[in-house]
Design a protein around this ligand. Structure first.
Ligand SMILES: Cc1cc2nc3c(=O)[nH]c(=O)nc-3n(C[C@H](O)[C@H](O)[C@H](O)COP(=O)(O)O)c2cc1C
Length: 171
């Protein structure tokens, strides 16, 4: 797939098969995502790849509790990637976002589906979320910005919404 086709056809995937994502392919996509632009080239974010079932259950439960809904916000994904930004960086959120966007595209290029899942900052502000972070022994000073539910797509490739007419303004 060339770059333009990749960009035009990537879609959020919200239905995954039970098959675990190939570890080496996942590792390579994670590596590729670290080539995303970051403010002043500081490479400030952290990515945490979660495949432990218990941790995933906790993330699901906490994220759903923020939503106030009894659903799985991760759509049954067996892998979740969390992006943390370095709180002290003025580009904290943008840097982590940049990596997540690259990662979604890198995964798609390998036939792996993903969907951005929000509410991570709130998740890790909850007591149980704080406990989970502590158990991971992450470096200090990072704030959760977003996450990707990751897995092999199940079913049809999602369709794309028509682009709004006034997206781009030329001056
Ligand atoms: C910042 C951000 C937060 C998002 N949060 C969620 C979410 O919590 N759950 C979800 O199912 N999709 C979420 N999405 C995915 C969007 O709904 C999706 O990108 C949009 O509907 C366009 O579809 P596409 O990605 O297939 O082009 C999020 C996307 C972004 C950029």
């Amino acid at each position: 797939m060339d770059a333009k086709e990749l960009l035009l056809t990537r879609r959020s995937v919200r239905s995954f098969t039970d098959k675990r994502v190939d570890r080496d392919v996942l590792k390579e996509a994670l590596r590729v995502s670290t080539y995303a632009p970051t403010g002043m080239g500081r490479q400030s974010p952290l990515l945490v790849c979660v495949s432990d079932d218990e941790a995933i259950e906790t993330l699901k439960k906490l994220n759903a509790s923020i939503l106030g809904m009894d659903i799985d916000p991760y759509y049954g994904a067996k892998t979740i990637i969390l992006a943390f930004g370095k709180a002290e960086r003025v580009t904290c959120v943008e840097d982590a976002t940049s990596l997540l966007v690259y990662l979604g595209l890198a995964l798609y290029g390998e036939g792996i589906g993903s969907c951005w899942v929000h509410r991570m900052k709130q998740v890790f502000e909850l007591p149980e979320g704080k406990k989970l972070i502590e158990s991971w022994d992450l470096p200090e000073g990072y704030v959760a910005v977003g996450s990707l539910a990751v897995g092999y797509p199940d079913g049809e490739h999602p369709t794309v919404a028509e682009r709004k007419k006034d997206y781009i303004i030329y001056k």
